[in-house]
Every structure is written in structure tokens, then in C-alpha cells.
Design a protein. Sequence first.
Length: 421
Amino acid sequence: MPDAAANPTPPRRMLALCYGTGLLSMGLMDLLMFIVPLWAIWLGASATEVGMVAGARSVVPCILAIHGGVLMDRLGTRRIMAVSAIAIIVTAPLYPALPWIPALIVLQLVTGYATTIAWVGAQTVIAQVCRGDTGVLGHFNFACRIGTFLAPIVMGLLWDFTNPWLTFLFISGWAAALLGLVIMTPDTRPGAPGAPPAADTRVAAGAPSARTLGARLRALAPRRADYLATFALFLIPAIAMSLGGGFLRNTTSAVQGSIYVVYLKEIGLTGTAIGALFAAIEGASALGSLLAGRVSRWIHPYTLMVATTGIAIFLINATPLLGGIFAFLFAAQFLRGIIQGVNQPVLFGIQARAAGPHRQGATVALRVTVNRAVSIIVPPIMGVIADSAGIEMSFYLLGGVFLVMTVGLGVAARLVRDTGP
């Protein structure tokens, strides 16, 4: 199978920094994804309101993630990630300071974008360093899953045994640790001093040569041409098909970060028990990610992407069929974690190989834009169905729709495979 294993191995220090920023940036997303629905329920939110709060975190990323990715290609990933980390440090304590649903939605708009851009930055750096090597991406995903494994356990314990202030201050501390690693990370843009060698050393289009204040301010503004160039990546069949896979894969995260939590609270689970279920999938994902490079040599990446996506969708949407038995819930989460742990590096590898080193930031941002569109749409729809037809029906209806869409993805993947990327 195609892979980038023949590329020179990046320096160990660089890989360690990549793995560390991945761990902390993805962990930040899970810290908030886990605790915010519990905070909203504590404030008295209905299922529909919880869905709206969960969806709000994806609104700004859906609109501006592409701009953030382009800025990383143009100005450097470190600068953008550092600003994002500082924003989270400042805004996380505002959650308990402003205990109202409207304020919660506004905070979700801010922290949702900041955490997303931090995660885009971590993905951009590793993509620039490894250039599509599924094995390295598997190790990166393993490191990320350590963060997402620890996040819900710590959040559950803090929620059950301390208070909201300490819980959200812990998130600020986590973001401060990310800022420290970002400062230590060198510039990885192709052609930058100290950057790893790349097969294509073109700099990002539109990089400003002038150093005037006006030129720098113009470089920060969104550009129509950047969006058109980024959306043009859909014309690359491999990227378009894998973005469809990412869209469907992310429905499982959208469900887990919203109505899944409501369901678990309704059947009487504590914050610590819910944290254990979240940790189960993340720990298993870490293990699954280590298998991605090997499995993708045995099974074509496109076939692997479609199969793992369908299984993951079935497992999360079959939750009500498990009867509220913790052991069954845990087993389903663990199995889904293994499946999605294999899936993610395969997706990343397909896109990184197709995009080339000079467009990694824009490619990652386009993937995030598509994923965030799912996170905006799915939680509110599930919330409305849950309030009107029952929470179990919300799982079954949307799960059926997503599985039908996965069949369509399989057809598209076969066409791309037959015609070539």
C-alpha cells in the first residue's frame, strides 16, 4: 500500500514535541467536550439546549478554520497555536464566573475556535514533519489519545469531588502547558530554518514579503482567494473521498459530546463513571492507532476507512440497546476506540499524501471545517428528536441515516480506487 515510510526519519526531539503538542491540544478539546454538557445540565439545560451548547463550539471553526489553517501556512503554526492557547487560558475560568446558558453559548463560540485551531496546528506540524507516513501518524495519534484518555478521568473526578472553579482552572493549566511546548517547537513550514527537508519546498501562496504593519495586518485578514484555493482541494478525488469519511466519522464524536452524556445521566451514571466510559474509548483508540500502519499494509486504506467508519457509527448509535448495563457500555466504547484508533491515522495519511507539504495547514483546516459542520448539525437535531420522540429514537434515526451514507462512501471510495487519486 502507498506509504511515506521511505522518507527520512524526523529528529526524535521534533517528534517528541509533535507528540506532546498533539497530546495536549487534543486533550483540551476533550476536557471541554466532556465537562461542558455536565455544566449545562447542572445549570438546568434541556436536551435541546445541551445540543445547542455542544453545537455552538463548532460554529466559528466551521467558518474560520480554513482561514486559521492558511495563516499557519503563511505566518507559521507556532504563532497561531500560541494565541489559541492564551485564549483558552483566559476564557476557561469564565465558565463558572458566568453561570447562564446564553453566556455558556458565547464562551463555546470562543473556546471552540481556540481549541480547534490548537488541534489544527498540532496536525499541521506532524503532517509537515512526517509527510504522510502512516506509522508516524499512528504514533502521533497514540500520543494524542493519552491526552484524551486522561482528560475525562480527571474531569470526572474533579467534577464529583471538587467544584466547578477548580475544574475549569485545571483546563487553564492544561492550556498553559500546551503554550510552553508550542514555544519550544521550531517553525516547520517548508523552507523555514530548521524545518525538516521536504520533497516540495514551495512556500505557501500569499506569504507576505513586506514587513510593514499594514502588510502584516492584511496578512491576518481572511481572503476570498484563500477560501477558493482551499475548497479547490475537493477536486482532488482522494481528498474529497477522505473528507467524506471524516464527516461520517465525526458524527460519532458529535453524538458522544452531546446526547450521549444526557442519556448516561438519565440512566443514573455519575460524572466519574461517565469519565471512565470516555476514557475507555480514548485508551482503546491509542492502542488502535499503533495498529494503523501495519493494518493499512494488509488492507487498502480506502477499504479500511469505510469499514471502520461504519462499525464506529453502529456502535455509538446502538447505545440504548445495551440496556444501561455499564459493562456493555464500557465494552462498546472500548471496541469503538480500537476501530477509530485505526481509522484516524489512515484518514490523515490519505490526505497528507494527496496534499503535499506546502498545503498541509489548509488541508487540515478543510478537514476540520467539514468535521465542525457535523458538530453544528448533529447535536441540535438529536436534542430536538430526543425531546419530541424520546432519546432512544434520536440514536436510532440518525444512526440509520449515517449508515446509509457510509454505503455511499464505500461506492465513492471504490470509484476513486479504480480511477486512481
